[in-house]
Design a protein around this ligand. Structure first.
Ligand SMILES: Cc1cc2nc3c(=O)[nH]c(=O)nc-3n(C[C@H](O)[C@H](O)[C@H](O)COP(=O)(O)O)c2cc1C
Length: 345
């Protein structure tokens, strides 16, 4: 396999500058392991993990890489700031468990005080005991957030997430290309950490476009939710297969129907527009929408379903093994970069 050489691939020791997103409900240890084995880098969505489930994931991952020696465990775990805040004691325990397992990276997103958790990671006695200090990936949805994370918090990798992205993100975030370009223009070329593009990416040609624009790699979420290893429920996978880009919407409705009102200001979520969104937009009381949703859930009725996914869905129709997705992305990236070079001849 021809390696694609970027600052991300060097930092992580991988060959393909592709990261599978930390996705609650959709990225398991099995998925993350397969992505890393295939040459990319995989994250587990640990936002709703318990100490027991996290230990199970770590044991599975450790057994999947039997020859690691004292190298870090080559997958990452992603946490959500406001959920960490909601159960401080357990959150510290979760972070300590991950640190003690020498995970290669931790991913933080969506908190009013993410710096506090970054400091906890850096100063916890578990970090002092760990033989590897995890790289900190921070998912940013605005230029301001990203600059603070780079200049003040000194994070190791920035994920520049645009409006096309699946699940939660900036309600007013610009497109992925705009947020990436703004950030690259604002950062010093020499000392900036790798910046990854995230949001709506479906294939390797798009990754190549972001690489040539200056990204060190790309984060893909929905594409990896549509894999055999992803635990995303089959009805959600089927909904993604059917959906077209215009079917998705950024909204609060899909959180409110779950009775969740705790996302930080300015953050909403992208998913498939169903009658849940229509009802909320029409002013139907939230409890009534919740009742309709609960009833519809008994039959997995797609009209009232919650399916988080990106605007890139039109180009994602097949459920494949994760290693096949990474292989295709890699071949497509190489092809697109070679094609780009020919334009100069
Ligand atoms: C089902 C699902 C769950 C997600 N959970 C998380 C999460 O736990 N933490 C997070 O930072 N982002 C989460 N996201 C957002 C993705 O990390 C984000 O959309 C990523 O930047 C790019 O995904 P995309 O390629 O689907 O646009 C989730 C997305 C989906 C589809």
């Amino acid at each position: 396999m021809q390696a694609v050489n970027t600052s991300l691939t060097r930092l992580l020791g991988i060959r393909v500058p592709v990261v599978s997103a930390a996705m609650a409900f959709a990225s398991s240890a099995q998925l993350a392991v397969e992505v890393t084995r295939a040459g990319g880098f995989g994250f587990v969505g640990a936002a709703f993990a318990t100490p027991d489930s996290l230990r199970e994931d770590l044991a599975f991952a450790r057994a999947s890489f039997p020859d690691l020696g004292d190298k870090p465990l080559p997958i990452g775990f992603g946490f959500i700031g406001w959920l960490l805040d909601a159960n401080e004691e357990q959150s510290k325990q979760l972070i300590d468990i991950a640190l003690e397992a020498n995970v290669q990276a931790l991913w933080l997103a969506f908190g009013v005080d993410l710096h506090r958790w970054l400091e906890y990671i850096r100063t916890s006695p578990a970090n002092a005991r760990a033989t590897h200090k995890p790289l900190i990936f921070l998912q940013a949805t605005s230029l301001h957030e990203a600059l603070v994370a780079v200049n003040e918090w000194k994070v190791d990798v920035i994920i520049a997430q645009g409006n096309e992205a699946a699940g939660h993100g900036g309600a007013a975030a610009p497109s992925t290309m705009v947020v990436l370009s703004e950030l690259l223009a604002a950062l010093p070329v020499e000392s900036a950490p790798p910046v990854l593009a995230a949001g709506g990416i479906s294939n390797g040609s798009q990754v190549a476009a972001y690489l040539t624009a200056g990204a060190a790699g790309a984060v893909l979420g929905t594409r990896f939710a549509l894999t055999t290893e992803s635990p995303y429920p089959d009805y959600n996978k089927a909904a993604i297969q059917r959906a077209k880009s215009a079917d998705t919407v950024r909204t609060h409705a899909l959180d409110w129907v779950w009775n969740i009102y705790s996302w930080p200001e300015g953050i909403n979520g992208r998913g498939i527009r169903t009658k849940i969104v229509d009802d909320i937009d029409a002013g139907v009381p939230h409890e009534v929408v919740r009742e309709r949703y609960a009833k519809a859930a008994e039959t997995n009725d797609p009209d009232y379903m919650v399916t988080w996914c990106s605007q890139g869905v039109s180009l994602m129709n097949e459920i494949k093994a994760a290693k096949e997705v990474v292989r295709e992305l890699h071949a497509d990236i190489v092809r697109a970069l070679q094609r780009g070079q020919q334009l100069l001849a």
